[in-house]
Write a protein of this length. Structure first.
Length: 295
């Protein structure tokens, strides 16, 4: 049973209250900040909770058992401490969030309503909506390996083992012409076949997007090399912007062997029968000797 401060309990029972809601956010980089729906700063536990930030919380869904408790926090990017660039860079992904009910006259009278982590963050024109997941969300995360035909490692990670730091798998490019928000012509990556950098990572090294990363959807080789991103860059791309581009992988066994020469580290099961095998039946013209299905 939740314990409630006696003074706070009297406030809850009275016809008029001096209560407000406060949110404490601790980002992955260690930065901690506080916000409140009150019109003045509320300070407790050594942290000032800033008013007028545009934060607005939804009701909290809570239940018994192992189901996930959820809440949402919506607001406008009006606080000097909430920068759109930080949201876009993922600094709030997985942030620890607490919601408190506080008597703003006597902040020591308070009660924690919810604790969880930031989930999906949806951004709009000048605003955001953040999903907050309860502590039981960790129980929903898959554990162990996935058994599938495709590789379940990320190209370049420790399980993959491919070194993307140089050679044919990395190129420094420069934008020479912007076609639209997602497509642009580049120089510096000539000599690579069509699709070599498709599904690869792009890191901006200069320009308005310096330090940000993106995923390459398509790489078209030829006299004019074109890169197309999955999503438009956070800020406009301009001629002269620099980027570091890494080779992509479609996670198939053929690509692992032919493109990266890394089949010994392949983390998939390319000979795993598909769903059609479950509905197959023996035919007279087939060999039924118990041998391999793959010749």
């Amino acid at each position: 049973m939740r314990e409630i401060d006696e003074g706070l309990a009297r406030q809850l029972a009275s016809e008029t209250t001096t209560l407000c809601r406060c949110w404490r956010v601790r980002r992955r980089d260690g930065a901690e900040m506080g916000f409140t729906d009150h019109d003045r700063t509320v300070r407790f536990m050594g942290l000032d909770h800033e008013p007028g930030t545009g934060f607005q919380g939804s009701e909290i869904e809570s239940s018994l058992g192992l189901s996930v408790d959820n809440a949402e926090v919506a607001g406008a990017l009006r606080s000097d401490r909430i920068a759109e660039a930080d949201v876009a860079a993922g600094l709030y992904d997985g942030a620890a969030i607490e919601q408190w009910l506080v008597d703003w006259r006597v902040p020591s009278r308070r009660m924690k309503l919810f604790a969880g982590t930031a989930g999906e963050i949806r951004r709009g024109a000048g605003g955001f909506e953040m999903e907050v997941l309860g502590v039981s969300e960790a129980l929903n995360r898959p554990m162990g390996r996935s058994f599938q035909r495709l590789c379940d490692a990320e190209v370049g990670d420790a399980r993959c083992g491919v070194e993307l730091g140089g050679g044919a798998f990395r190129r420094d490019a420069e934008v020479v012409r912007v076609l639209d928000a997602r497509r642009f012509e580049v120089s510096g990556i000539d000599g690579r076949p069509d699709g070599w950098f498709s599904l690869g990572r792009l890191e901006w090294t200069s320009g308005a997007n310096d330090g940000r990363t993106a995923t390459v959807q398509a790489h078209r080789a030829g006299p004019i090399v074109v890169l197309e991103l999955w999503h438009a860059a956070e800020r406009p791309v301009a001629v002269g912007d620099g980027a570091r581009v890494f080779a992509g992988c479609d996670k198939s066994a053929g690509t692992c062997q032919a493109k990266f020469g890394n089949f010994l580290n392949f983390r998939g099961f390319p000979l795993m029968p598909g769903e059609d095998w479950l509905t197959a039946w023996p035919r007279e013209d087939e060999a039924h000797d118990g041998g391999s299905l793959f010749r």
